[in-house]
Ligand binder design. Structure first.
Ligand SMILES: Nc1ncnc2c1ncn2[C@@H]1O[C@H](COP(=O)(O)OP(=O)(O)OP(=O)(O)O)[C@@H](O)[C@H]1O
Length: 209
């Protein structure tokens, strides 16, 4: 699975693009980094790739996953996951139900419980299924949010400043956890960050907007 951007930019419909078109290929399991000044359009670009571009904005160029063009597909058909800095877990659902939210609907009953239990165990959260997300530490919440995203079996993962609320030591631990999982599953990642140490830890291509 590789994620390829060819001459991609975003901007207001009929207006000037927010940044010069960029081209980048992120290979399976690698994490590419997007950096650039505040307001240049990094989050808007991720929205466009994921299929959630806000009304009034348009994307130009091509985005493909495994050679398949995705820009004409509805968001749910793209199989592109997103990990945000905020809204890491739904507060009104238990931790287990949060993870189950990522699972395809056809996975039911015991298979559903087993998939969630297995993911929780992988996140070091065995036995946390019935917990209220508000009772989790920042690191536990971040690991659970990654597991929810991965249970949807995305073919690429977009990361929008996912570590910025974590303190320095937790930040290093969690991003290692995230990057290891992407590598192990050969999922390409594209991360927006203002933090040079995030980019360095990702070890992939760095694109400056
Ligand atoms: N919903 C919206 N409606 C109108 N304009 C928007 C909307 N969302 C973003 N914009 C504008 O689009 C431009 C790009 O915003 P975007 O959030 O993508 O920048 P960014 O590079 O991610 O910034 P930051 O690093 O501060 O998060 C900004 O000028 C912003 O004000």
């Amino acid at each position: 699975m590789s994620l390829e951007l060819s001459d991609v930019s975003v901007g207001p419909v009929g207006g000037t693009p927010l940044f010069s078109p960029i081209s980048v290929v992120v290979e399976p399991g690698q994490v590419g980094t997007l950096m650039g000044p505040s307001g240049i359009g990094k989050s808007t670009l991720l929205d466009a790739i994921g299929g959630h571009l806000v009304h009034g904005f348009a994307v130009s160029g091509g985005v493909s996953l495994n050679g398949r063009d995705v820009l004409d597909l509805p968001a749910e058909a793209r199989r592109i996951g997103v990990l945000f800095q905020d809204a890491m877990l739904f507060p009104h659902l238990s931790v287990g139900d949060n993870l189950a939210f990522g699972l395809a609907r056809h996975i039911r009953g015991p298979a559903r419980r087993d998939a969630v239990a297995e993911a929780l165990a992988q996140a070091g959260l065995a036995g946390f299924a019935d917990r209220d997300p508000a009772t989790l530490s920042g690191g536990q919440r971040a690991r659970a949010a990654l597991m929810r995203a991965l249970l949807a079996e995305p073919q690429a993962l977009l990361l929008d400043e996912p570590f910025s609320r974590l303190d320095a030591s937790l930040r290093a631990e969690i991003r290692g956890f995230v990057f290891d999982h992407l590598r192990a599953r050969a999922i390409p990642g594209l991360m927006v960050t203002h933090d040079a140490s995030d980019a360095e830890a990702a070890g992939g291509i760095i694109v400056q907007l």
